[in-house]
Design a protein around this ligand. Sequence first.
Ligand code: ADP
Ligand code: MG
Length: 352
Amino acid sequence: IIACPCALGLATPTALLVGTGRGSQLGILIRGPQVLESTRRIDTIVLDKTGTVTTGQLTVTAVEAVGPVSLERMLALAAAAEHGSEHPLARAIVDHARATGLASLPTAEEFRAHAGAGVTAVVEGHALAIGRASWLRDEWAIDVAATPAGELVADHEAEGGTAVVVAIDGTVAGIVVLADTLKPSSALAIERFRALGLEPVLLTGDNEGAAAAVAAQLGIDEVYAAVTPAGKLAVIRELQAAGHVVAMVGDGVNDAAALAAADLGIAMGGGTDAAMAASDLTVVSGDLLVVADAIRLARRTLRTIIGNLFWAFGYNVAAIPVAMMGLLNPLLAGLAMAFSSVFVVTNSLRLR
Ligand code: ADP
Ligand code: MG
């Protein structure tokens, strides 16, 4: 009677069931039990900027034309090219073009999205490339810095904006400047991460100026800016090689590789399917505070499992020798056995 291992068998599944159940109430989807183990050891949390710590609902703050193409025409062509992209920047540009009175956009052909860089398309016979200046230079041999747009980009970026360059038929036509706002809960979430012993790191494909502005508002000291999707993966590997156990929070296609490589990948629910598929945890609401809750819940669940195993095992180890010596009343043994199972279940239910 006393050797019945009922409580041992219940120790892990009951805690997992209650923990993941509580998680779904909070909008936290946990991929599997191995996630709990990785959550325990993480000491660094890498955060994507756009759509993760910021709302990702950008607004266009300025449009400037520097070439022979008129501002209206440039905006129309750019919006047509961006129409096929699911990037928050692209949506903001299309919305802005519509808001300025453009009822119907020209149609784009040969549309291609280049993750973490920009888009290319052919609109009304013109080849368009829209994206960050360094990508236009490296990929399309368009030297933005040599045109008046170079200085405009530098100025706007120094003020914390995101400047996207529009090139038409290989020449710089102008720039579109966008601004993003922080999610209201991001600053508090960063404090929570620190309280959980996690060092926050900001990792973004956006320019240094915009990254520095966000990092300063949140009090994050370690910032990697203007990083390509492959670069994001490299940063995760670098941190891991330096001995850190790394969690990564992201929302975009450009984060997917980094999410998969991180010890714990956390996707924002409002983000892309690629990010969710590559992650261990999904936070449905996309609120960073819930990410902190998710880490706390996962750690508490693991602690409950360990506590359950300890008591269930301890009960058998202590009581079996007593029973072997013939000192245990079978009635008491029966009670103790039942109590050990009730204890384990009750202990697990505390997770709720
Ligand atoms: P983040 O890491 O902040 O989520 P991304 O890696 O998605 O940013 O993008 C990095 C940069 O690439 C952007 O700041 C922008 O300059 C450029 N970019 C990406 N997608 C687009 C697009 N659809 N249109 C214009 N520029 C883009
Ligand atoms: Mg993003």
